[in-house]
Ligand binder design. Structure first.
Ligand code: NAD
Ligand code: UDP
Length: 476
């Protein structure tokens, strides 16, 4: 009998510990550009005009990460079914502390044996259908169990970032096998830590500018810094990520016959002369300005997608994403939503760049994830705008945030950023017609969730000085 226990315990260790060990053996590819980021991170610096978090702040250390996680999770099945409040002790604790007792006839006590077997079976079932309870995330997500014939292997590059991690949640909850490929340039491990021990989840720390050999059915290609201070921090790396990174992922898609979706951007329209922007508009981009590493990088990435479709029959999907916000935005990404909320919550000046007449349209992250998912699984293969047409001037938006946070902040006018687009609003008639998609969450509701998230980040971190214009750059 004892040997059965030893065998089962061995299986369990193989199930839980070995995948984690394997994961940690994947070599992290860190290039010289990334190394520069470490020594001079624009969004962690304490210099004037750049991001900083106060000295005693610990943006990653989270005293109550469980609450943080639950609040961030936009993908949950109804509360009763979704959240399994796991007992504090782990599967191994029972085996180690509750030793089987010997009966007088020399056999193990039936009751104890039965009990332990039940625990083992129950824990196997739990591990196969939800994220595991950890000290960091004691409340876990219960996932659907798909039969082998229906379960896809889905790769998400940039899956540890803001948008990517919400997409991971959706696909994991659906029961798919998810492989995140990320170099953690702007992504954070905490965004995906609740899945790390789930058997359907794999994390590969890898830079997409290097080729990778995997077997997958679908590729969501998100890897690329998205906020202007992040992508302008190291423009050469940004253009490499969009060009070499996209070529590498297309090569993979071609080899394994995977469908690939690129997250392109409204930035490909540049400072648009047509308003609102339809997919048919070709744009107005300065090829040598500070935003060009991102704008032109995404434009050439789109060209690559259609070249591979036309020449090699790769199935492609292209989403042109407009400004998106929500929980898990990096507090120092320097974007308008994160900056204004963080400034307002701290009663610090709300910084408007330029006269504030420039406009943006804001969508909540769960709407975007639904749109990406619909596009990937639809038959339509031309570019599709995904955004919420609810348009605000930046000045209007500053007052809006100030009001809903009941803040005492003053509004501070700073110089305009070079090449800052003067207007932006998506025409989403293609998404409506081809995908039946349109935004479900109002800007107001989305902001409520996002404000709660940033309040929690502030409570954990202490003071945050958001990234300003003229953020630090790597030294030549
Ligand atoms: P993000 O910065 O939070 O996420 C990007 C992720 O990609 C991060 O996890 C980062 O570590 C990873 N990454 C960056 N370079 C990489 C590389 N070379 N190799 C591997 N991983 C790398 O940004 P996000 O807001 O989540 O944006 C995701 C995607 O959506 C991006 O492609 C972005 O261009 C696009 N997009 C976003 C918005 C928006 O408003 N959030 C708007 C338009 C387009
Ligand atoms: N902006 C601002 N103050 C800030 C951050 C941004 O006035 O603290 C402005 C920025 O100049 C731009 C708009 O807000 O006009 C949106 O900027 P964001 O960086 O969020 O994204 P973009 O749409 O420019 O990529």
């Amino acid at each position: 009998m004892q040997s059965i226990f030893t065998l089962l315990f061995g299986i369990m260790i193989g199930y839980v510990v070995l995948p984690a060990t394997k994961m940690s053996q994947v070599p992290a590819k860190v290039d010289s550009d990334r190394a520069q980021f470490k020594t001079n991170p624009a969004w962690d610096s304490t210099s004037r005009n750049t991001a900083s978090i106060s000295r005693n702040a610990n943006i990653r250390g989270n005293p109550n990460p469980n609450e943080h996680f639950v609040d961030q999770a936009v993908y949950r099945v109804p509360a009763d079914e979704a959240v399994y409040s796991a007992p504090a002790k782990s599967i191994t604790a029972d085996f180690l502390t509750d030793k089987p007792k010997m009966k007088q006839d020399g056999n193990l006590e039936d009751t104890l044996e039965t009990k332990n077997l039940e625990i083992l079976r129950a824990n196997f079932a739990i591990m196969g259908s939800q994220s595991l309870p950890t000290s960091a995330t004691p409340i876990v997500m219960k996932t659907t169990k798909l039969p082998d014939s229906k379960r896809k292997k889905i790769m998400i590059t940039g899956g540890a970032g803001f948008v990517g991690s919400h997409l991971v949640d959706k696909l994991m909850m659906e029961g798919q096998e998810v492989i995140v490929v990320d170099n953690f340039f702007t992504g954070q491990k905490r965004n995906i830590e609740h899945w790390l021990h789930h058997p359907n989840f794999s994390l590969i720390v890898h830079d997409v500018t290097e080729p990778i050999m995997l077997e997958v059915d679908q590729i969501y290609h998100l890897a690329c810094p998205a906020s202007p201070p992040h992508y302008q921090y190291n423009p050469v790396k940004t253009i490499k990520t969009s060009t070499m990174g996209t070529i590498n992922m297309l090569g993979l898609a071609k080899r394994v016959h995977a469908r690939m979706l690129l997250t392109s951007t409204s930035e490909i329209y540049g400072d648009p002369l047509e308003h609102p922007q339809k997919e048919s508009y070709w744009g107005n981009v300065n090829t040598i300005g500070p935003r060009s590493c991102y704008d032109e990088g995404k434009r050439v990435a789109e060209t690559m997608m259609y070249s591979y479709r036309n020449q090699n029959q790769v199935e492609v999907r292209v989403a042109r994403i407009f400004n998106t916000f929500g929980p898990r935005m990096h507090p120092n990404d320097g974007r308008v939503v994160s900056n204004f909320i963080i400034q307002a919550l701290q009663n610090k000046p709300i910084t408007i760049y330029g006269n504030g007449e420039q406009t943006r349209s804001f969508q909540y992250v769960s709407d975007l994830v639904e749109g990406l998912y619909s596009l990937m699984n639809a038959d339509y293969d031309l570019p599709v705008n995904l955004g919420n047409p609810d348009e605000y001037s930046v000045k209007e938006f500053a007052h809006y945030i100030k009001n809903i946070t009941s803040s005492d902040s003053i509004i501070s006018m700073l110089p305009k950023n070079e090449d800052d687009p003067s207007q932006r609003k998506p025409d989403i008639s293609t998404a409506k017609a081809q995908l039946g998609w349109f935004p479900q969450v109002s800007v107001r509701d989305g902001l409520e969730h996002t404000i709660k998230y940033f309040q929690r980040v502030l409570d954990e971190s202490g003071e945050i000085v958001p990234t300003g214009p003229g953020a630090a750059k790597p030294e030549a």
